[in-house]
Design a protein. Structure first.
Length: 225
């Protein structure tokens, strides 16, 4: 009987602990979402004619194609938005920042080629090959490319997180929304980004995370890398 009572107590303790952990995790996710959601207030634009002019725009990277070989609409819409900014005279230079950790995977070059195809001159596009995360891309835009005020280009959900990172690092950024992707794949990506918002708060408020790589400065208007 005593053994049975101990087993029941242990089970109740496990269930209670699990419930508390679940509640704490849910509260942290909700809090992270709310905090970052508010960070974009008044700093995100959807009209190319309304966004203030900045010398440079940072285009956040993603793969040009999905794992099944189909075109990635997130990529396409970011390219369209960045090209629209340039052609409207809202920015002079584009920094395309993405992952190039393997020789066979080069987001910045894919973005540059797509922008050139969209009519942006190649000498106005600079590649950041070490944009392994949103934090890397945003901070490196200042530390490597010397920009303290710039436009961030991505989908709305991503832009809010990027703006929170920028503000946390003392960067005066605004954002221009690329068209969103309204389908199941888009919803799945957004679900992952809820967890990314949690990581962002941990990076800025607890861990003090810095970009994985820095490097020599690049002057916009100088030789294109």
């Amino acid at each position: 009987m005593k053994i049975q009572n101990l087993s029941h107590r242990r089970l109740r303790w496990i269930l209670l602990s699990s419930s508390l952990l679940f509640a704490a995790a849910a509260a942290f996710i909700a809090g992270s979402h709310g905090t970052i959601e508010q960070s974009g207030a008044g700093r995100i634009y959807g009209d190319v004619n309304a966004i203030p002019r900045r010398p440079a725009a940072l285009v956040l990277g993603c793969a040009g194609t999905l794992s099944n070989g189909r075109p990635n609409l997130y990529f396409r819409y970011r390219i369209e938005a960045a090209a629209a900014l340039y052609h409207a005279g809202r920015t002079d230079y584009l920094i395309v920042s993405g992952d190039n950790r393997r020789a066979d995977y080069d987001e910045p070059t894919d973005m540059r080629e797509a922008l050139i195809a969209a009519g942006v001159p190649g000498d106005r596009i600079y590649r950041d090959y070490a944009g392994f995360s949103t934090l890397d891309s945003v901070v490196r835009a200042r530390e490597i490319f010397g920009q303290r005020e710039f436009i961030i280009v991505s989908q709305p959900f991503h832009n809010k997180r990027a703006l929170y990172i920028a503000r946390g690092h003392g960067i005066d950024a605004i954002a221009f929304n690329a068209a969103d992707v309204a389908r199941f794949g888009g919803l799945r990506t957004k679900a992952r980004k809820y967890l990314a918002r949690c990581k962002t708060l941990l990076d800025l408020r607890l861990l003090g995370t810095s970009p994985r790589f820095l490097g020599p400065p690049v002057t916009l208007g100088g030789p294109v890398n």
